[in-house]
Design a protein around this ligand. Sequence first.
Ligand SMILES: CCCCCCCCC/C=C/C(=O)SCCNC(=O)CCNC(=O)[C@H](O)C(C)(C)COP(=O)(O)OP(=O)(O)OC[C@H]1O[C@@H](n2cnc3c(N)ncnc32)[C@H](O)[C@@H]1OP(=O)(O)O
Ligand SMILES: NC(=O)C1=CN([C@@H]2O[C@H](COP(=O)(O)OP(=O)(O)OC[C@H]3O[C@@H](n4cnc5c(N)ncnc54)[C@H](OP(=O)(O)O)[C@@H]3O)[C@@H](O)[C@H]2O)C=CC1
Length: 279
Amino acid sequence: MIVKSIFRSGLFAGKSAIVTGGGSGIGKAITSELLYLGCNVMIASRKLDRLENAANELKTITPPGDDQPKPKIEFMECNIKKEEQVHSLISNTLDKFGKLDFLVNNGGGQFYSPAKDFSLKGWNAVIETNLTGTFLCCQQAFNQYMSEHGGVIVNMVANMWNGWPGMSHSGAARAGVENITKSLAIEWAPAGIRINAVAPGSTIASQSVKDYYKFDIMGQQIPRVPAKRLGTVEEVSAAICFLLSPAAAFISGETIKIDGAQSLYTTSIPWEVSGRYQN
Ligand SMILES: CCCCCCCCC/C=C/C(=O)SCCNC(=O)CCNC(=O)[C@H](O)C(C)(C)COP(=O)(O)OP(=O)(O)OC[C@H]1O[C@@H](n2cnc3c(N)ncnc32)[C@H](O)[C@@H]1OP(=O)(O)O
Ligand SMILES: NC(=O)C1=CN([C@@H]2O[C@H](COP(=O)(O)OP(=O)(O)OC[C@H]3O[C@@H](n4cnc5c(N)ncnc54)[C@H](OP(=O)(O)O)[C@@H]3O)[C@@H](O)[C@H]2O)C=CC1
């Protein structure tokens, strides 16, 4: 993996980060950029083999320059839905790196379904993954370390600003994450913590999206994006590194959209609503 970053080499030297879902897609791009900037990174998610492969690939990344210390990458299994596993994620990271400066809550996902067809189990799985999981990571990071030392958190949301038909469980969860981002920005400001979110459009052509959404969901969206192109995982990573950096020192409780103005221009689905309810 070749890392390109517009940020100064060594910007995050000696810092420590957790990236949930750091073994794939956007999370892997964030992890690689953080390593390039000198930050030690713990990646965590459900699939250990995916994490191990990513860690083996990314461990060769070194900040340019002879005087830069080589950052470390560690990985561990953690289902963010499970409080005890999140507790272990934070405590193990502190054992490995001695500190936790940054938390990137990137882990998440959903499945497409008309609302009428959700089982309660399916609804709960998506709420627990995206909303509860993100909250648990924030809470454990605060309680175990950041309450005493400060830190920076970035949460992941999505283009759900006008609803998210077909993904209404995820839209509700992400809207919840946007709101706790604001609440915690206020509650935790006295502890020296900043917390923000990023909202990629449904246009980031990560490998998972290509694998999971079998139809050409990405290609169909290009005419609906004013920038007339898809976004990249690196463009999401750059926005997250900006929010983590001192350049964003007075930004908290904010959500940055990364969507080429898609959400201002059109809806979050690439098809028309039919005249009559059929499905
Ligand atoms: C509008 C679009 C335009 C726009 C489309 C453009 C999309 C791009 C924008 C977004 C991109 C991304 O988010 S990229 C990331 C994409 N990748 C993903 O989302 C990964 C796919 N999903 C998952 O990993 C998971 O299923 C996830 C949803 C997170 C929940 O995981 P869990 O392990 O907690 O739960 P599971 O055991 O898998 O499933 C629990 C229950 O959920 C339900 N369930 C799970 N998968 C299901 C499925 N495919 N269809 C129906 N129901 C399902 C079942 O009831 C399951 O119970 P049982 O029946 O008993 O099993
Ligand atoms: N690509 C896009 O266009 C958009 C993506 N997003 C969001 O950005 C994030 C990254 O997406 P992307 O890189 O595209 O897709 P990926 O599927 O590659 O990333 C999702 C990551 O989340 C991890 N994850 C899922 N559930 C859990 C869980 N319960 N506990 C811990 N980790 C979990 C997965 O790892 P594992 O399977 O090993 O657990 C995976 O690494 C997701 O939250 C996604 O919903 C939002 C808007 C648009």
